[in-house]
Ligand binder design. Sequence first.
Ligand SMILES: Cc1cc2nc3c(=O)[nH]c(=O)nc-3n(C[C@H](O)[C@H](O)[C@H](O)COP(=O)(O)OP(=O)(O)OC[C@H]3O[C@@H](n4cnc5c(N)ncnc54)[C@H](O)[C@@H]3O)c2cc1C
Length: 373
Amino acid sequence: MVTATLCARAGKKVLLLERHSVPGGFTHTFTRKGIEWDVGVHYVGQMNQPSLLKKILDDVTEENTLQWDDMGEVYDRAIICGQPYDFRKNKAQLIHDWINLFPEERKAIQTYFKWIAQASGSGPYFFGEKTAPAWFSKTIGRWLRFRFEKFSQQTTLQVLKRLTRNERLISLMAAQCGNYGLLPEKSAFSIHATVVQHYLNGASYPTGGTQAIAKSILKAFYKYGGVLRLNADVDQILLEKNCAVGVVLKDATPYFAKSVVSNAGARNTFLRLLPKASAQQSWLKNVQETLATLRPSIGHFCLYVKLKGTAAELNLPKNNLWIYPKEVTQLSEQDLGEDPITSESLTYISFPSAKDSTWEQRHPRAAPKPVAS
Ligand SMILES: Cc1cc2nc3c(=O)[nH]c(=O)nc-3n(C[C@H](O)[C@H](O)[C@H](O)COP(=O)(O)OP(=O)(O)OC[C@H]3O[C@@H](n4cnc5c(N)ncnc54)[C@H](O)[C@@H]3O)c2cc1C
């Protein structure tokens, strides 16, 4: 939706095809018996400060239609083996808190945040370079990618173990790993760093629930002349001389276009929507072979719960809870793949009703039933 709106805003004629009956992907919200739950996004960083991300969102949303509720001083709470640890906004604050908890690890903690800044700071160069032509990539591009790759070629666990042997501190450093769906032994440190850095100044929740993001972008998309088609399941991307020239839907409707942008994920796009590479298409063959080796990240089991009472009455926190029954380093993929109810797995809990300032007004409580005397 962001790409489509940016293209429409730049004067392109844009058709957005969505296979679901509701637009918005993981900003989706669903309702049962008058109560709503969100399915994906539960907090976003850098929205209450000037940032590139905020600027992009401002550019693709209708003015003042997307507001953010600050989640307050604490945005995440990790509970490791029953011990709570708060992630408080502001990097200096977090460093201070961690040094208080682990005074003998001062150096490790300071170096950790230095590496987080270096790895995440090199991200824009790494990703930006991908838009450059091949000659640039082979020359100056190498230098632009170097810093990020230095950290992405090491797993998060490898980097953390170089810093400290304190298992609890490693668990705390890795406690937000649920955000990227991989255990520290599998994730690239650069991605870990990007996520940690993203939330260092605190987090926000979209006022009116996550659907507000999609609604606001769509308003701008329509304003710039974009056209949306729902229930439009793309089955194939059409190629002509190695160039995408259109798509065909599952119902066999073809659409032709000067450019095709797929947001269905790299594996789906290259392994399912594009034809298998022929011998002449070495570029496509390379990408397809590489992607075929990638395993999907871990799945999750999600329980949507309705509680009786307001967030204030129930004292529900705005912050998220990441609950680990054992040290993060001792969790295995097998633990996460086991029965989520009985196994010693990671549990994540959040309360959208506590985060959204319009919740009470949008969901006024039903009159309490009279209590029998
Ligand atoms: C449980 C969960 C929690 C998350 N929490 C957070 C969070 O707190 N903060 C945060 O910033 N991010 C969070 N994320 C990540 C965030 O939701 C995603 O990064 C974001 O939604 C990606 O947006 P997208 O538009 O690229 O993809 P998506 O939101 O996945 O949208 C892709 C769209 O493409 C459509 N589509 C796919 N294939 C086809 C096809 N063949 N034809 C037509 N349409 C197709 C899909 O139906 C979907 O609507 C979370 C994700 C999950 C799953």
